[in-house]
Write a protein that binds this ligand. Structure first.
Ligand code: 5GP
Length: 359
């Protein structure tokens, strides 16, 4: 009898579960080409129009976003990106005064800008001052490393309560149920991505994460079911990855590393052995922590890397490269508009993306 009870108890113990469905990253797939009537990539229209679920605001532009990292989410970046109708999530470390000056001298950029905030009281107070100081600003980006906390959900609700007409981006999460919860709490656009970033060490430090292509496919489905939108945030290392994120259903794609190392990024040029570099680092790296909060708090591990990126000059050239690649993807699958790309997408599972012969 005792043996029986012990066996029963063992059966009732919650067991770790393994979801055995295959989850994929950008590197695991390629687009299957499709017959197309498009003659040239110049015919492809990359502009998108969205009306957001909660703010009711209508957006027009090429839905690529510079990440709200202090190196890439800069006002200098916004000046170049907005000329191409690309978007910049401005990092949260600019002062209200900086915002006022920028808004006064570059009002044409404001349509494609978001002000970022974490969920602390100090962050929120600063966000309120920025929104008050820059009435033309329409987007707010609420960014925390872990979008799964109840506290964050409540925070999103209170920001929505205070700013009923602003379009709210919120994240980061990687699963459909949390996308739904954040949209129902008032967010319009959900940032998707835990661990894919070029300078992110979350997967190594915590073992938590989700392959980005699958996260995007699953989260897009949940968001679109509620008329919400998503941003694929992190993990794009080449223009083809940006196209794959759109093909997987992302409405917007956010890039950090791909925009690093340019004139428009914060930081001095570093010269070493005749070569030029710029510093790029995760927002929870030692470098960022030292810069803004005087060091990494004892209870947490740094979850970001610091790297020296080869200097790449004006970001204008990189933008052309990304947009050119994306237009070309569209012609290969017969999408006359970026809007049609995900409907025209069939991914094939691959074991190698490209030849390594000369790399
Ligand atoms: P990338 O385009 O460089 O692959 O990814 C950019 C994204 O990485 C950012 O938008 C942000 O979500 C994420 N990220 C930036 N800094 C850090 C960090 O220090 N730690 C982690 N875990 N993610 C980061």
């Amino acid at each position: 009898k005792t043996a029986c009870v012990t066996a029963l108890q063992l059966l009732l113990l919650p067991m770790p579960r393994v979801d055995a469905d295959l989850k994929l990253d950008f590197k695991d797939v390629l687009f299957r080409p499709k017959r197309s009537s498009l003659k040239s990539r110049s015919e492809v229209d990359l502009q998108r129009t969205f009306t957001f679920r909660n703010s009711k605001h209508t957006y027009n532009g090429i839905p690529i976003i510079a990440a709200n990292m202090d190196t890439t989410g800069t006002f200098e970046m916004a000046q170049v990106l907005s000329k191409h109708t690309l978007f910049t999530a401005i990092h949260k470390h600019y002062s209200v005064e900086d915002w006022k000056n920028f808004a006064a001298s570059h009002p044409e950029c404001l349509e494609h800008l978001a002000a970022s905030s974490g969920s602390s009281n100090a962050d929120f107070e600063k966000l309120c001052s920025i929104v008050e100081a820059v009435p033309a600003l329409k987007y707010i980006c609420l960014d925390v490393a872990n979008g799964y906390s109840e506290y964050f959900v409540e925070f999103v609700k209170s920001v929505r309560g205070k700013f009923p007409q602003h379009t709210i981006m919120a994240g980061n999460v990687v699963t459909g149920e949390m996308v739904e919860e954040l949209i129902l709490s008032g967010a319009d656009i959900i940032k998707v991505g835990i661990g894919p970033g070029s300078v992110c060490t979350t997967r190594i430090k915590t073992g938590v994460g989700y392959p980005q292509l699958s996260a995007v496919i699953e989260c897009a489905d949940s968001a679109h079911g509620l008329k919400g939108h998503i941003i694929s945030d992190g993990g794009c290392s080449c223009p083809g990855d940006v196209a794959k994120a759109f093909g997987a259903g992302a409405d917007f794609v956010m890039m950090g590393g791909m925009l690093a190392g340019h004139d428009q990024c914060t930081g001095e040029l570093i010269e070493k052995n005749g070569k030029k570099y710029k510093l790029f680092y995760g927002m929870s790296s030692d470098t960022a922590m030292k810069k803004y909060v005087g060091g990494v708090a004892e209870y947490r591990a740094s979850e970001g890397r610091t790297v020296e990126v080869p200097y790449r000059g004006d970001v204008e050239n990189t933008i052309r490269d990304v947009l050119g690649g994306l237009r070309s993807t569209c012609t290969y699958v017969g999408a006359a508009k970026l809007k049609e790309l995900s409907r025209r997408t069939t991914f094939i599972r691959v074991t190698q993306q490209s030849s390594h012969m000369f790399t």
